[in-house]
Design a protein around this ligand. Structure first.
Ligand code: NAD
Length: 248
């Protein structure tokens, strides 16, 4: 088992069909005790219960620094330790760049980018003290190709920001034994895009995916597993594409 006796915190893992929950299930199957932090507190508890009796579900708004500190404090009170943080929570909005108003800009930056900073900061004192930790952050192919398939320019900007933030954290935290990496998924079938892809655009999207299928949450969960485990002990500041070859 790759994560035997590890304690893993995963944000945005309340949705049964999401990448976060697939990651939570994968980690639990590999021996980890998982704490799910999500804006949807009841959903987080339900998801944790589905994993088994030892797992934890806690309400947390990643855009609120104090709430991140509170939630991480609660996890530490229960588990005494955090080995892994997966910054997965995120939202998107399919609008054109000329329609982005200050409120939607702020909302998209807050959840996708600021949330990564706040939750990472919340685990940092503990991980630095223990001189160990693995943090993995959710970016997107939208950051690399400029403009999402479904997300707007503000989403691309936030997910590009995650790449810079993760690399900077990797540089500053390496000497404390903490690794920080990123994943950049392509189009993964989850609730975030459910019902938003017409048959026509699906055909067009698949024309640009050499592996000729959309992604599934497990495709990304497997990469988070690699980044969370000792298999990636000498990997930090890396960005791993999970996109079926979309950028070749
Ligand atoms: P999802 O909607 O199932 O998951 C997002 C989760 O984040 C939800 O459980 C939601 O409640 C939670 N969340 C939203 N705002 C929050 C907040 N303020 N605080 C805490 N939790 C909050 O969708 P998903 O597709 O599984 O998305 C997971 C991540 O993957 C997101 O960051 C998304 O941007 C990213 N991503 C998705 C795709 C894709 O094609 N599905 C591609 C690239 C990246």
């Amino acid at each position: 088992m790759l994560l035997k006796d590890k304690i893993a915190v995963i944000s945005g893992a309340a949705g049964a069909r999401g990448i976060g929950f697939a990651t939570a299930k994968t980690f639990a199957a590999q021996g980890a005790r998982v704490a799910i932090l999500d804006l949807d507190g009841a959903g987080a508890q339900k998801a944790a219960a589905e994993l088994g009796p030892d797992h934890i579900g806690i309400a947390c708004d990643v855009t609120d620094k104090a709430d991140c500190a509170r939630a991480i404090g609660e996890v530490l009170k229960i588990t005494g330790r955090i080995d892994i943080l997966i910054n997965n929570a995120g939202i998107t909005q399919a609008i054109k760049v000329w329609d982005i108003d200050p409120e939607s800009w702020d909302r998209i930056q807050d959840v996708n980018l600021r949330g990564v900073l706040y939750l990472s900061q919340a685990v940092m004192p503990h991980m630095r003290e223990r001189k160990a930790g693995a943090i993995a952050c959710m970016s997107s192919v939208s950051a690399q190709r400029g403009g999402g398939i479904l997300g707007g320019a503000h989403y691309s900007a936030a997910k590009a920001g995650v790449l810079g933030l993760a690399k900077a954290m990797a540089r500053e935290l390496g000497n404390d034994g903490i690794r920080v990496n990123c994943v950049t998924p392509g189009l993964i079938q989850t609730d975030i895009n459910a019902g938003k892809i017409s048959d026509e655009s699906r055909v067009k999207i698949l024309e640009n995916i050499p592996l000729n299928r959309l992604g599934v949450p497990q495709d990304v969960a497997n990469i988070f597993l690699f980044l969370a485990s000792d298999l990636s002990a000498y990997v930090t500041g890396a960005v791993i594409d999970v996109n079926g070859g979309m950028l070749i």
